[in-house]
Design a protein around this ligand. Structure first.
Ligand SMILES: Nc1ncnc2c1ncn2[C@@H]1O[C@H](COP(=O)(O)OP(=O)(O)OP(=O)(O)O)[C@@H](O)[C@H]1O
Ligand SMILES: [Mg+2]
Length: 440
Protein backbone atom coordinates (compact mmCIF):
# COMPACT_ATOMS: atom_id res chain seq x y z
CA UNK A 1 0.00 0.00 0.00
CA UNK A 2 1.21 3.47 -0.82
CA UNK A 3 0.16 6.91 -1.89
CA UNK A 4 0.55 7.62 -5.62
CA UNK A 5 1.35 11.18 -6.65
CA UNK A 6 1.41 12.37 -10.25
CA UNK A 7 3.18 15.69 -10.49
CA UNK A 8 2.94 17.71 -13.71
CA UNK A 9 3.05 14.55 -15.80
CA UNK A 10 3.41 14.98 -19.56
CA UNK A 11 3.51 12.34 -22.29
CA UNK A 12 4.06 12.86 -25.97
CA UNK A 13 4.50 10.38 -28.77
CA UNK A 14 6.55 11.06 -31.89
CA UNK A 15 4.56 12.29 -34.86
CA UNK A 16 3.41 9.46 -37.08
CA UNK A 17 2.88 9.57 -40.82
CA UNK A 18 -0.79 10.22 -41.45
CA UNK A 19 -1.48 12.05 -38.16
CA UNK A 20 -3.60 15.08 -39.01
CA UNK A 21 -3.32 17.12 -35.84
CA UNK A 22 0.30 18.09 -36.44
CA UNK A 23 1.65 20.28 -39.14
CA UNK A 24 5.30 19.35 -39.07
CA UNK A 25 6.69 15.85 -39.12
CA UNK A 26 9.29 16.58 -36.45
CA UNK A 27 6.68 17.64 -33.90
CA UNK A 28 5.48 15.19 -31.32
CA UNK A 29 1.89 14.71 -30.25
CA UNK A 30 1.03 15.67 -26.68
CA UNK A 31 -1.16 12.92 -25.29
CA UNK A 32 -1.07 13.86 -21.60
CA UNK A 33 -0.70 17.43 -20.38
CA UNK A 34 0.04 18.69 -16.88
CA UNK A 35 -1.50 15.75 -15.03
CA UNK A 36 -1.60 16.38 -11.28
CA UNK A 37 -3.29 13.78 -9.14
CA UNK A 38 -2.84 12.37 -5.65
CA UNK A 39 -4.28 8.95 -4.94
CA UNK A 40 -4.28 8.41 -1.21
CA UNK A 41 -2.99 5.32 0.50
CA UNK A 42 -5.65 2.60 0.14
CA UNK A 43 -7.92 4.80 -1.98
CA UNK A 44 -9.97 3.51 -4.94
CA UNK A 45 -9.61 6.14 -7.67
CA UNK A 46 -11.67 5.82 -10.84
CA UNK A 47 -10.26 7.43 -13.96
CA UNK A 48 -12.99 8.16 -16.48
CA UNK A 49 -13.11 9.91 -19.83
CA UNK A 50 -14.01 9.44 -23.49
CA UNK A 51 -12.14 7.09 -25.78
CA UNK A 52 -8.69 8.38 -26.72
CA UNK A 53 -8.39 10.90 -23.84
CA UNK A 54 -5.26 9.17 -22.50
CA UNK A 55 -6.50 6.91 -19.67
CA UNK A 56 -4.56 3.80 -20.70
CA UNK A 57 -1.47 5.85 -21.49
CA UNK A 58 -1.54 7.27 -17.97
CA UNK A 59 -1.82 3.80 -16.42
CA UNK A 60 0.99 2.53 -18.63
CA UNK A 61 3.21 5.41 -17.46
CA UNK A 62 2.56 4.51 -13.83
CA UNK A 63 3.24 0.83 -14.53
CA UNK A 64 6.46 1.72 -16.36
CA UNK A 65 5.30 0.34 -19.72
CA UNK A 66 5.80 3.77 -21.32
CA UNK A 67 8.52 6.35 -20.68
CA UNK A 68 7.45 9.59 -19.08
CA UNK A 69 8.08 12.78 -21.14
CA UNK A 70 7.94 15.24 -18.23
CA UNK A 71 7.01 15.48 -14.56
CA UNK A 72 7.29 12.95 -11.75
CA UNK A 73 5.50 9.85 -10.55
CA UNK A 74 5.83 9.12 -6.84
CA UNK A 75 4.82 5.91 -5.11
CA UNK A 76 5.19 6.29 -1.37
CA UNK A 77 8.37 8.31 -0.87
CA UNK A 78 10.08 7.12 -4.06
CA UNK A 79 10.14 8.80 -7.44
CA UNK A 80 9.67 5.87 -9.82
CA UNK A 81 10.08 7.71 -13.17
CA UNK A 82 12.96 5.55 -14.33
CA UNK A 83 12.43 2.30 -12.41
CA UNK A 84 11.83 -0.73 -14.64
CA UNK A 85 8.28 -2.14 -14.35
CA UNK A 86 9.48 -5.23 -12.49
CA UNK A 87 10.84 -3.10 -9.66
CA UNK A 88 7.80 -0.88 -9.19
CA UNK A 89 5.75 -3.37 -7.15
CA UNK A 90 2.69 -2.36 -9.15
CA UNK A 91 0.27 -4.90 -10.62
CA UNK A 92 -1.82 -4.14 -13.69
CA UNK A 93 -4.97 -5.90 -14.88
CA UNK A 94 -5.58 -5.37 -18.59
CA UNK A 95 -8.83 -5.24 -20.54
CA UNK A 96 -7.96 -8.43 -22.45
CA UNK A 97 -6.59 -10.11 -19.27
CA UNK A 98 -3.23 -10.93 -20.98
CA UNK A 99 -3.02 -14.43 -19.48
CA UNK A 100 -0.20 -16.71 -20.68
CA UNK A 101 -2.06 -19.16 -22.94
CA UNK A 102 0.47 -21.99 -22.53
CA UNK A 103 0.28 -21.93 -18.72
CA UNK A 104 -2.39 -23.39 -16.48
CA UNK A 105 -4.30 -21.04 -14.19
CA UNK A 106 -2.06 -22.11 -11.29
CA UNK A 107 1.09 -21.08 -13.13
CA UNK A 108 -0.44 -17.89 -14.45
CA UNK A 109 -1.02 -16.83 -10.85
CA UNK A 110 2.32 -18.19 -9.63
CA UNK A 111 4.38 -16.63 -12.44
CA UNK A 112 4.99 -13.22 -10.86
CA UNK A 113 5.57 -14.78 -7.44
CA UNK A 114 8.29 -17.06 -8.81
CA UNK A 115 10.02 -14.13 -10.45
CA UNK A 116 9.80 -12.17 -7.19
CA UNK A 117 11.16 -15.13 -5.20
CA UNK A 118 13.95 -15.69 -7.75
CA UNK A 119 14.99 -12.07 -7.53
CA UNK A 120 15.20 -12.25 -3.74
CA UNK A 121 17.36 -15.38 -3.96
CA UNK A 122 19.78 -13.79 -6.43
CA UNK A 123 20.29 -10.82 -4.15
CA UNK A 124 22.02 -13.04 -1.63
CA UNK A 125 24.90 -13.94 -3.94
CA UNK A 126 28.13 -11.97 -3.70
CA UNK A 127 27.47 -10.58 -0.24
CA UNK A 128 29.89 -13.06 1.33
CA UNK A 129 32.60 -11.72 3.60
CA UNK A 130 35.15 -14.49 2.99
CA UNK A 131 36.00 -17.23 0.51
CA UNK A 132 34.31 -20.02 2.46
CA UNK A 133 31.05 -18.13 2.63
CA UNK A 134 31.20 -17.38 -1.09
CA UNK A 135 31.81 -21.08 -1.87
CA UNK A 136 28.84 -21.96 0.32
CA UNK A 137 26.68 -19.49 -1.53
CA UNK A 138 27.78 -20.73 -4.94
CA UNK A 139 26.98 -24.31 -3.88
CA UNK A 140 23.59 -23.11 -2.71
CA UNK A 141 23.04 -21.38 -6.04
CA UNK A 142 23.93 -24.61 -7.86
CA UNK A 143 21.50 -26.63 -5.71
CA UNK A 144 18.79 -24.02 -6.26
CA UNK A 145 19.33 -24.17 -10.02
CA UNK A 146 19.10 -27.97 -9.97
CA UNK A 147 15.97 -27.72 -7.85
CA UNK A 148 14.51 -25.13 -10.22
CA UNK A 149 15.10 -27.47 -13.13
CA UNK A 150 13.28 -30.24 -11.29
CA UNK A 151 10.46 -27.87 -10.34
CA UNK A 152 10.04 -26.77 -13.95
CA UNK A 153 10.29 -30.35 -15.26
CA UNK A 154 7.34 -31.36 -13.07
CA UNK A 155 5.48 -28.06 -13.41
CA UNK A 156 3.33 -29.23 -16.31
CA UNK A 157 2.01 -32.08 -14.19
CA UNK A 158 -1.28 -31.60 -12.37
CA UNK A 159 -1.06 -29.78 -9.08
CA UNK A 160 -0.66 -32.82 -6.74
CA UNK A 161 2.15 -34.47 -8.78
CA UNK A 162 4.54 -31.54 -8.88
CA UNK A 163 7.87 -31.40 -7.09
CA UNK A 164 7.47 -28.65 -4.53
CA UNK A 165 10.65 -26.93 -3.29
CA UNK A 166 10.65 -24.78 -0.14
CA UNK A 167 10.39 -21.69 -2.25
CA UNK A 168 7.66 -23.25 -4.37
CA UNK A 169 5.87 -24.16 -1.13
CA UNK A 170 5.61 -20.44 -0.28
CA UNK A 171 4.42 -19.68 -3.81
CA UNK A 172 1.91 -22.53 -3.52
CA UNK A 173 0.45 -21.16 -0.29
CA UNK A 174 -0.03 -17.74 -1.86
CA UNK A 175 -1.63 -19.19 -5.00
CA UNK A 176 -4.05 -21.26 -2.94
CA UNK A 177 -4.94 -18.31 -0.71
CA UNK A 178 -5.69 -16.12 -3.70
CA UNK A 179 -7.63 -18.91 -5.43
CA UNK A 180 -9.77 -19.31 -2.30
CA UNK A 181 -10.34 -15.57 -2.07
CA UNK A 182 -11.54 -15.44 -5.69
CA UNK A 183 -13.28 -18.84 -5.59
CA UNK A 184 -11.30 -20.27 -8.50
CA UNK A 185 -9.69 -23.26 -6.73
CA UNK A 186 -11.36 -25.73 -9.09
CA UNK A 187 -9.91 -23.90 -12.11
CA UNK A 188 -6.23 -24.10 -11.14
CA UNK A 189 -5.41 -26.97 -13.53
CA UNK A 190 -7.13 -25.47 -16.56
CA UNK A 191 -5.63 -23.53 -19.44
CA UNK A 192 -6.96 -20.01 -20.23
CA UNK A 193 -8.69 -21.29 -23.40
CA UNK A 194 -10.80 -23.55 -21.15
CA UNK A 195 -12.20 -20.58 -19.17
CA UNK A 196 -15.16 -18.26 -19.67
CA UNK A 197 -14.62 -14.49 -19.86
CA UNK A 198 -15.60 -14.03 -16.21
CA UNK A 199 -13.27 -16.80 -15.07
CA UNK A 200 -10.37 -15.36 -17.07
CA UNK A 201 -11.08 -12.03 -15.47
CA UNK A 202 -10.80 -13.57 -11.99
CA UNK A 203 -7.54 -15.29 -12.88
CA UNK A 204 -6.12 -11.99 -14.12
CA UNK A 205 -7.18 -10.38 -10.85
CA UNK A 206 -5.71 -13.33 -8.93
CA UNK A 207 -2.38 -12.91 -10.68
CA UNK A 208 -2.33 -9.25 -9.71
CA UNK A 209 -3.40 -9.85 -6.10
CA UNK A 210 -0.95 -12.72 -5.52
CA UNK A 211 2.00 -10.39 -5.93
CA UNK A 212 0.69 -8.32 -3.02
CA UNK A 213 1.53 -5.10 -4.87
CA UNK A 214 1.68 -1.60 -3.43
CA UNK A 215 -0.62 -0.37 -6.18
CA UNK A 216 -3.25 -1.93 -8.44
CA UNK A 217 -3.86 -0.54 -11.90
CA UNK A 218 -6.94 -1.81 -13.73
CA UNK A 219 -7.67 -0.87 -17.33
CA UNK A 220 -11.35 -1.51 -18.13
CA UNK A 221 -11.15 -5.02 -16.65
CA UNK A 222 -14.90 -5.65 -16.97
CA UNK A 223 -15.55 -4.48 -20.50
CA UNK A 224 -15.47 -8.00 -22.00
CA UNK A 225 -18.13 -9.34 -19.64
CA UNK A 226 -21.88 -9.48 -20.19
CA UNK A 227 -24.06 -7.05 -18.23
CA UNK A 228 -25.02 -9.46 -15.42
CA UNK A 229 -21.50 -10.71 -14.81
CA UNK A 230 -20.22 -7.16 -15.00
CA UNK A 231 -22.55 -6.06 -12.18
CA UNK A 232 -21.56 -9.02 -10.05
CA UNK A 233 -17.82 -8.64 -10.66
CA UNK A 234 -18.00 -4.90 -10.11
CA UNK A 235 -19.26 -5.47 -6.59
CA UNK A 236 -16.64 -8.17 -6.00
CA UNK A 237 -13.75 -5.94 -7.07
CA UNK A 238 -14.91 -3.16 -4.76
CA UNK A 239 -15.26 -5.62 -1.85
CA UNK A 240 -11.85 -7.11 -2.56
CA UNK A 241 -10.20 -3.72 -2.75
CA UNK A 242 -11.71 -2.69 0.60
CA UNK A 243 -10.61 -6.00 2.12
CA UNK A 244 -7.01 -5.75 0.83
CA UNK A 245 -6.77 -1.96 1.18
CA UNK A 246 -4.47 -1.69 -1.84
CA UNK A 247 -4.27 1.73 -3.51
CA UNK A 248 -6.13 1.28 -6.80
CA UNK A 249 -6.49 3.26 -10.01
CA UNK A 250 -9.32 1.90 -12.12
CA UNK A 251 -9.94 3.06 -15.68
CA UNK A 252 -13.38 2.90 -17.23
CA UNK A 253 -15.71 4.74 -19.53
CA UNK A 254 -18.74 3.03 -18.04
CA UNK A 255 -20.95 5.52 -16.17
CA UNK A 256 -22.18 3.01 -13.60
CA UNK A 257 -18.66 1.88 -12.74
CA UNK A 258 -17.55 5.49 -12.42
CA UNK A 259 -20.43 6.39 -10.11
CA UNK A 260 -20.42 3.28 -7.93
CA UNK A 261 -16.89 1.95 -7.52
CA UNK A 262 -14.54 4.73 -6.56
CA UNK A 263 -13.92 6.73 -3.42
CA UNK A 264 -13.17 9.52 -5.88
CA UNK A 265 -13.47 9.98 -9.62
CA UNK A 266 -10.99 11.80 -11.88
CA UNK A 267 -12.61 12.97 -15.12
CA UNK A 268 -10.25 13.30 -18.08
CA UNK A 269 -10.69 15.09 -21.39
CA UNK A 270 -8.14 15.32 -24.20
CA UNK A 271 -5.12 14.48 -22.07
CA UNK A 272 -6.02 16.58 -19.04
CA UNK A 273 -7.72 15.95 -15.74
CA UNK A 274 -10.71 18.27 -15.52
CA UNK A 275 -12.16 17.43 -12.09
CA UNK A 276 -11.36 15.12 -9.18
CA UNK A 277 -14.04 14.58 -6.53
CA UNK A 278 -16.27 11.95 -4.91
CA UNK A 279 -18.79 10.56 -7.45
CA UNK A 280 -21.84 12.41 -6.13
CA UNK A 281 -20.02 15.71 -6.04
CA UNK A 282 -19.00 15.22 -9.68
CA UNK A 283 -22.64 14.51 -10.52
CA UNK A 284 -24.10 17.36 -8.47
CA UNK A 285 -21.41 19.99 -8.97
CA UNK A 286 -19.71 19.36 -12.33
CA UNK A 287 -16.84 21.80 -12.88
CA UNK A 288 -17.66 22.50 -16.51
CA UNK A 289 -20.02 21.63 -19.33
CA UNK A 290 -17.90 18.68 -20.47
CA UNK A 291 -18.07 16.97 -17.06
CA UNK A 292 -21.79 17.75 -16.78
CA UNK A 293 -22.43 16.13 -20.15
CA UNK A 294 -20.08 13.19 -19.75
CA UNK A 295 -21.12 12.05 -16.26
CA UNK A 296 -24.64 10.64 -16.15
CA UNK A 297 -25.97 7.76 -18.21
CA UNK A 298 -28.31 10.16 -20.01
CA UNK A 299 -26.46 13.47 -20.45
CA UNK A 300 -27.48 16.77 -18.95
CA UNK A 301 -29.60 19.05 -21.19
CA UNK A 302 -28.27 22.48 -22.12
CA UNK A 303 -30.45 25.43 -23.11
CA UNK A 304 -29.39 28.96 -24.05
CA UNK A 305 -31.31 31.48 -21.92
CA UNK A 306 -31.08 35.21 -21.30
CA UNK A 307 -30.34 36.53 -17.83
CA UNK A 308 -31.85 39.70 -16.39
CA UNK A 309 -30.73 41.05 -13.06
CA UNK A 310 -31.57 40.54 -10.35
CA UNK A 311 -32.75 36.94 -10.80
CA UNK A 312 -34.70 36.27 -13.99
CA UNK A 313 -33.99 33.91 -16.88
CA UNK A 314 -36.00 34.07 -20.10
CA UNK A 315 -36.38 32.27 -23.39
CA UNK A 316 -39.22 33.32 -25.72
CA UNK A 317 -42.29 33.54 -23.48
CA UNK A 318 -40.62 31.48 -20.74
CA UNK A 319 -39.68 33.43 -17.59
CA UNK A 320 -38.35 31.91 -14.41
CA UNK A 321 -37.36 33.77 -11.28
CA UNK A 322 -34.35 32.16 -9.62
CA UNK A 323 -33.73 31.95 -5.94
CA UNK A 324 -31.85 34.97 -4.58
CA UNK A 325 -28.56 33.25 -4.03
CA UNK A 326 -27.95 33.16 -7.79
CA UNK A 327 -28.12 36.95 -8.02
CA UNK A 328 -24.50 37.79 -7.17
CA UNK A 329 -22.98 34.95 -9.16
CA UNK A 330 -24.91 35.82 -12.32
CA UNK A 331 -24.83 39.62 -12.07
CA UNK A 332 -22.13 40.05 -14.73
CA UNK A 333 -24.31 38.21 -17.27
CA UNK A 334 -27.09 40.85 -17.07
CA UNK A 335 -28.70 41.09 -20.52
CA UNK A 336 -26.47 38.32 -21.86
CA UNK A 337 -26.82 34.70 -22.84
CA UNK A 338 -26.18 31.95 -20.29
CA UNK A 339 -26.19 28.18 -20.63
CA UNK A 340 -28.79 26.56 -18.39
CA UNK A 341 -28.13 22.90 -17.54
CA UNK A 342 -30.88 20.54 -16.36
CA UNK A 343 -30.52 16.80 -15.81
CA UNK A 344 -33.23 14.59 -17.40
CA UNK A 345 -34.61 13.61 -13.98
CA UNK A 346 -35.08 17.21 -12.89
CA UNK A 347 -37.87 18.01 -15.34
CA UNK A 348 -41.54 17.44 -14.57
CA UNK A 349 -44.53 17.36 -16.87
CA UNK A 350 -46.70 20.24 -15.69
CA UNK A 351 -49.47 22.63 -16.61
CA UNK A 352 -49.22 25.53 -19.08
CA UNK A 353 -47.54 28.52 -17.41
CA UNK A 354 -44.89 31.08 -18.32
CA UNK A 355 -42.50 29.50 -15.80
CA UNK A 356 -42.73 26.25 -17.76
CA UNK A 357 -41.27 25.41 -21.18
CA UNK A 358 -43.56 24.14 -23.96
CA UNK A 359 -42.19 21.22 -25.97
CA UNK A 360 -43.25 18.61 -28.49
CA UNK A 361 -42.53 14.93 -27.86
CA UNK A 362 -40.40 13.59 -30.70
CA UNK A 363 -39.91 10.12 -29.35
CA UNK A 364 -40.69 8.17 -26.19
CA UNK A 365 -39.18 5.05 -24.70
CA UNK A 366 -40.49 2.93 -21.84
CA UNK A 367 -37.82 0.97 -19.98
CA UNK A 368 -40.24 -0.53 -17.47
CA UNK A 369 -38.95 1.22 -14.36
CA UNK A 370 -38.35 4.52 -16.15
CA UNK A 371 -39.41 6.28 -19.31
CA UNK A 372 -37.52 8.76 -21.40
CA UNK A 373 -38.93 11.39 -23.70
CA UNK A 374 -36.93 13.13 -26.38
CA UNK A 375 -38.59 16.52 -26.84
CA UNK A 376 -38.04 19.65 -28.88
CA UNK A 377 -38.75 23.04 -27.37
CA UNK A 378 -41.55 25.09 -28.90
CA UNK A 379 -41.14 28.81 -29.29
CA UNK A 380 -43.64 31.41 -30.36
CA UNK A 381 -42.91 33.86 -33.12
CA UNK A 382 -45.51 36.25 -34.52
CA UNK A 383 -48.10 34.27 -32.52
CA UNK A 384 -47.18 31.07 -34.33
CA UNK A 385 -45.62 28.08 -32.64
CA UNK A 386 -42.49 26.65 -34.14
CA UNK A 387 -40.03 24.02 -32.98
CA UNK A 388 -36.76 25.46 -31.69
CA UNK A 389 -33.57 23.53 -32.29
CA UNK A 390 -33.13 22.64 -28.60
CA UNK A 391 -33.59 18.93 -28.06
CA UNK A 392 -34.01 17.70 -24.51
CA UNK A 393 -34.10 14.33 -22.79
CA UNK A 394 -36.69 14.08 -20.05
CA UNK A 395 -37.06 11.25 -17.56
CA UNK A 396 -40.64 10.58 -16.48
CA UNK A 397 -42.26 7.85 -14.39
CA UNK A 398 -43.61 5.11 -16.73
CA UNK A 399 -47.23 5.93 -15.88
CA UNK A 400 -46.66 9.48 -17.21
CA UNK A 401 -45.44 8.31 -20.60
CA UNK A 402 -46.63 10.66 -23.35
CA UNK A 403 -47.17 9.76 -27.00
CA UNK A 404 -45.01 10.99 -29.83
CA UNK A 405 -46.26 14.28 -31.31
CA UNK A 406 -48.03 15.48 -28.14
CA UNK A 407 -47.34 18.88 -26.64
CA UNK A 408 -46.16 19.01 -23.02
CA UNK A 409 -45.24 21.74 -20.55
CA UNK A 410 -42.03 21.14 -18.67
CA UNK A 411 -41.31 22.57 -15.26
CA UNK A 412 -37.89 22.38 -13.74
CA UNK A 413 -36.74 21.97 -10.20
CA UNK A 414 -35.08 25.35 -9.45
CA UNK A 415 -32.90 23.83 -6.71
CA UNK A 416 -31.30 21.45 -9.20
CA UNK A 417 -30.32 23.72 -12.05
CA UNK A 418 -26.82 24.48 -13.30
CA UNK A 419 -25.37 27.43 -15.20
CA UNK A 420 -22.34 27.53 -17.46
CA UNK A 421 -20.47 30.43 -19.00
CA UNK A 422 -21.19 30.35 -22.76
CA UNK A 423 -17.55 31.10 -23.67
CA UNK A 424 -15.40 29.26 -21.13
CA UNK A 425 -18.06 26.59 -20.46
CA UNK A 426 -17.04 26.69 -16.79
CA UNK A 427 -19.75 26.08 -14.22
CA UNK A 428 -21.05 29.06 -12.29
CA UNK A 429 -21.82 28.32 -8.67
CA UNK A 430 -24.23 30.38 -6.60
CA UNK A 431 -22.25 32.58 -4.27
CA UNK A 432 -24.72 33.25 -1.57
CA UNK A 433 -25.11 34.69 1.84
CA UNK A 434 -27.63 31.99 2.38
CA UNK A 435 -26.22 28.91 4.14
CA UNK A 436 -27.85 26.38 1.83
CA UNK A 437 -26.48 25.82 -1.66
CA UNK A 438 -28.96 24.54 -4.23
CA UNK A 439 -26.64 21.65 -5.06
CA UNK A 440 -26.46 20.22 -1.59
N1 LIG B 1 2.33 4.22 -28.85
C1 LIG B 1 1.61 5.24 -29.30
N2 LIG B 1 2.04 6.03 -30.30
C2 LIG B 1 1.33 7.08 -30.73
N3 LIG B 1 0.13 7.43 -30.23
C3 LIG B 1 -0.37 6.67 -29.24
C4 LIG B 1 0.32 5.54 -28.72
N4 LIG B 1 -0.43 5.00 -27.72
C5 LIG B 1 -1.55 5.75 -27.64
N5 LIG B 1 -1.51 6.74 -28.55
C6 LIG B 1 -2.55 7.78 -28.73
O1 LIG B 1 -2.76 8.39 -27.48
C7 LIG B 1 -4.13 8.75 -27.32
C8 LIG B 1 -4.62 8.19 -26.00
O2 LIG B 1 -4.65 6.79 -26.10
P1 LIG B 1 -5.13 5.90 -24.87
O3 LIG B 1 -5.01 4.48 -25.28
O4 LIG B 1 -4.39 6.32 -23.65
O5 LIG B 1 -6.66 6.34 -24.76
P2 LIG B 1 -7.79 5.79 -23.79
O6 LIG B 1 -8.31 6.98 -23.03
O7 LIG B 1 -7.29 4.65 -23.00
O8 LIG B 1 -8.91 5.32 -24.82
P3 LIG B 1 -9.90 4.05 -24.79
O9 LIG B 1 -11.02 4.44 -23.85
O10 LIG B 1 -10.36 3.94 -26.20
O11 LIG B 1 -9.11 2.86 -24.32
C9 LIG B 1 -4.86 8.22 -28.54
O12 LIG B 1 -5.06 9.28 -29.42
C10 LIG B 1 -3.90 7.21 -29.13
O13 LIG B 1 -4.03 7.16 -30.52
MG1 LIG C 1 -7.73 2.57 -23.00
Amino acid sequence: MAQVVLENVYKSFPHRKGDVNNTRRSESVNILRRINLTVENGEFMVLVGPSGCGKSTLLRLIAGLEDITGGNIWVGNSCINYLPPSQRNIAMVFQDYALYPHMMVYDNIAFGLRIQAGRLGEGEIGRGEDGEKLLHQLLNKFLKTAENLFVSATRKLPNGLRYVSDREQVVNEQVINVAKLLQIEELLNRYPKELSGGQKQRVALGRAIARNPQVFLMDEPLSNLDAKLRNQTRAEIVKLQRQLGITTIYVTHDQTEAMTMGDRVAVMDRGQIIQVAPPLEIYNRPANRFVAEFIGSVPMNFIEVKFQSPCLITKGDFRLTLSENWGNALRKYNGRTLILGVRPEHWNISLPATKNLPAQVEWSENLGNDSYLAVKLIETKFQQDYLASDELQVRVPPEKLVNTGEKVWLSLNPDKIHFFDPETELAIFPQSNSPTLPFE
